[in-house]
Design a binder for this molecule. Structure first.
Ligand SMILES: [Zn+2]
Length: 651
């Protein structure tokens, strides 16, 4: 039910509208009726005698004002409205629960104070707060509430983290073996974060973790950690750090292959050497389909597939001919799961379809960290792996001998001000030493003032964990003396090192890298194709051209735009100045020799360029030009425009 009641002060009338089908209804305030009284009783929901008024009734009273919002009394009770819980401090024991659900309309007219004990910025003390927030983190979304100590970070970094948390390669499903997602990223060795918020446990995210507790050293070590690059410990990666897989499910449907013709039915199946001919497109080359495909035409589960290996085979029933489909792409995959779809049953069954025509197979592609893969902490600090550094060359702690899993550059901190990440490292170190998880819920200090039991806790995380570290013999501020792994000498300053929860992001270099020397071209323009899938090139556009010109690199420009693109040697007739009237003709030598069929004597037949317009080969010149220029000349000729070229020597 949604009803709103609008006061028209000039007409001394109430106007009510409901969703029950009637239009605006006018209720005369001078002669109150029963529905009128009912609406008036909604005015004070806290002291209403009617018990059936729902708890989540939203009441918004907009007083009459000039230039303000449309005045009226607005009541909302419809389902699926946006409501949020707050604590009622004005009337905590009015026969109802302390928690009240409020809506967005009434919220703007309410006095809700924060938990820090302040007055919430109210300037007029005569309007004391009637409600109080349950916890300051109520303003955070599900994703935002997972960032530890987000109240210590610069706010854009928290927003970056909210973006990146959605790109993590996590543990997205507990029922992987039953899933048929087109593409699913899966982290093989996830961990539960040592430093976590209350919301992390509340949303049970240990069931779906997104990262690993990595030992992070903040250190400029080899130059390979410049500009958000990060060095990964090679041995850590080999021990399983951030190992992951991509699951791809492919569906093959052969039902439409026959296009309604009964004699052209296709079904899965393999024809063996003994029982019949080899699959037609497998006679000449390639591995035997028997190695990877079972008798039903589908791949073996658990089979390791290399590029171009046969993955399934199809039989055309009428011809008893099999054809094999190969694994696409350049990556190795493992057949994870094969499923038959539909009601295919054994032969001679009348109920089910007689042919196996629809199947699904899931491939598993290993994606362990390599150079170029993307990682991020939970504080908007993303980075790309620049080296898998050998363990023996990593810096090590003088006291514990521990080597970091990951090295990031200290320049990542001053401008970004992600203090929460430093606190996380410190607290995780303390948590590790104590053997306990650490609560990193933001705005904890503002709630502790009202919460008597947490009064004993120190204010800031460093005041809490500094003494813990010191009691275990570590530096109060989380730094350690490190030694160079290469030289064995002590590093000249103490290094901040500790565990930080790192997420692996799904942007992987093996999905994105693009390289081409030569490759497919567009047959019309003879220029390289674009696109990674087709093995094409990367567009070198006008802005890139301008950049090279500005650098004076015209030879490089010529190389990119001409030599490596649509380089073409054209023949131009200097007599008629035409590009398109020339062509090569084969002619016999005048010495009268006849070519012997099947025997190439070499040079007995010569080709010669002539101009068909001038019937002569006298004025033919060779000119190097982009092939699209010839295309332009042809297009213009089609529009009856003659392109006339002036050919000069050494121009
Ligand atoms: Zn000519």
């Amino acid at each position: 039910m949604a009803a709103n009641l609008i006061a028209d002060a000039m007409a001394k009338e109430w106007a009510g509208a409901t969703e029950w089908g009637c239009n605006t209804r006018h209720l005369d305030i001078r002669s109150p009726s029963l529905p009128h009284l009912l609406f008036l009783s909604f005015l004070s929901p806290l002291s209403t005698p009617f018990a059936f008024i729902p708890d989540d009734l939203e009441v918004g009273y907009v007083p009459l004002s000039f230039g303000g919002a449309f005045p009226g009394l607005f009541l909302f009770t419809s389902p699926s409205r946006l409501v949020r819980p707050v604590k009622n401090v004005a009337d905590p024991s009015g026969g109802r629960s302390e928690i009240e659900l409020i809506g967005p309309f009434e919220q703007a007219f309410m006095e809700i104070k924060c938990l820090d004990g302040g007055d919430g910025g109210r300037r007029i003390p005569s309007f004391p707060a009637t409600h109080e927030e349950i916890h300051p983190t109520a303003m955070l979304s599900v994703v935002a509430s997972l960032t530890p100590w987000s109240d210590h970070n610069q706010s854009p970094r928290n927003m970056y983290q909210c973006q990146m948390a959605k790109q993590t390669m996590g543990f997205s499903s507990q029922a992987l073996q039953f899933r048929a997602d087109n593409k699913l990223f899966h982290l093989q060795t996830p961990q539960s974060p040592i430093v976590r918020t209350v919301a992390y446990d509340k949303y049970a995210l240990d069931e779906f973790p997104t990262g690993t507790n990595a030992i992070v050293a903040v250190l400029a070590y080899s130059g390979y950690d410049m500009e958000d690059a990060m060095i990964l410990n090679k041995s850590s990666v080999e021990r399983g750090l951030c190992h992951g897989h991509i699951y791809e499910t492919h569906t093959v449907d052969l039902t439409n292959n026959s296009r309604g013709k009964i004699d052209k039915v296709h079904e899965f199946g393999r024809i063996d050497k003994a029982s019949g001919a080899l699959p037609t497109n497998q006679r000449k080359k390639g591995p035997d389909p028997k190695q990877t495909i079972d008798i039903d035409g589908l791949p073996y589960v658990g089979q390791v597939m290399y590029p171009d290996m046969p993955i399934y085979s199809i039989i055309e029933k009428s011809k008893s001919e099999a054809s094999v489909r190969k694994l696409k792409g350049s990556e190795t995959a493992v057949v994870d799961y094969v499923a038959i779809e539909g009601t295919y049953a054994k032969p001679h069954s009348t109920i089910a379809k007689p042919h196996l025509q629809k199947a699904r197979y899931r491939l598993r592609r290993p994606r362990n960290p390599i150079i170029g893969d993307k990682f991020s902490s939970r504080h908007g600090q993303k980075g790309v792996c620049s080296q898998l550094w050998p363990d023996i060359d990593m810096p090590f702690s003088g006291v514990t001998g521990m080597r970091p899993d990951l090295i990031i550059n200290p320049h990542a901190f001053p401008s970004r001000m992600t203090i929460g990440m430093l606190l996380e490292s410190l607290a995780a170190k303390g948590g590790c030493l104590k053997g306990s998880f650490v609560d990193a819920t933001p705005f904890a200090s503002s709630t502790s003032q009202t919460n008597a039991e947490s009064q004993s806790k120190s204010g800031t995380p460093i005041e809490e964990f500094g003494p813990v570290l010191a009691s275990y013999g570590f530096n109060y501020h989380g730094t350690e003396v490190l030694y160079s792994g290469v030289l064995g000498t002590e590093l000249t300053c103490e290094i901040f090192i500790g565990p930080v929860y790192y997420q692996r992001l799904r942007h992987m270099v093996s999905d994105k890298f693009q390289v081409r020397s030569t490759g497919p071209i567009n047959p019309v323009t003879r220029q390289p194709l674009k696109g990674r899938k087709t093995g094409g090139g990367i567009r070198f556009g006008e802005m890139e051209r301008d950049a090279l010109l500005a650098h004076g690199a015209s030879y490089l420009l010529h190389d990119r735009l001409h030599t490596c693109s649509d380089y073409h040697v054209a023949h131009v007739c200097s007599l008629c100045r035409s590009l398109i009237s020339t062509s090569s003709v084969q002619h016999k030598r005048k010495n009268g020799t006849q070519p012997i069929p099947g025997l190439n004597l070499g040079g007995s037949i010569a080709s010669k360029i002539i101009c068909h317009s001038c019937k002569s080969s006298k004025g033919i010149e060779t000119v190097a030009m982009p092939y699209v220029f010839r295309y332009l000349a042809v297009e213009l000729a089609a529009m009856n425009i003659n392109l006339s070229l002036q050919v000069r020597e050494g121009a």
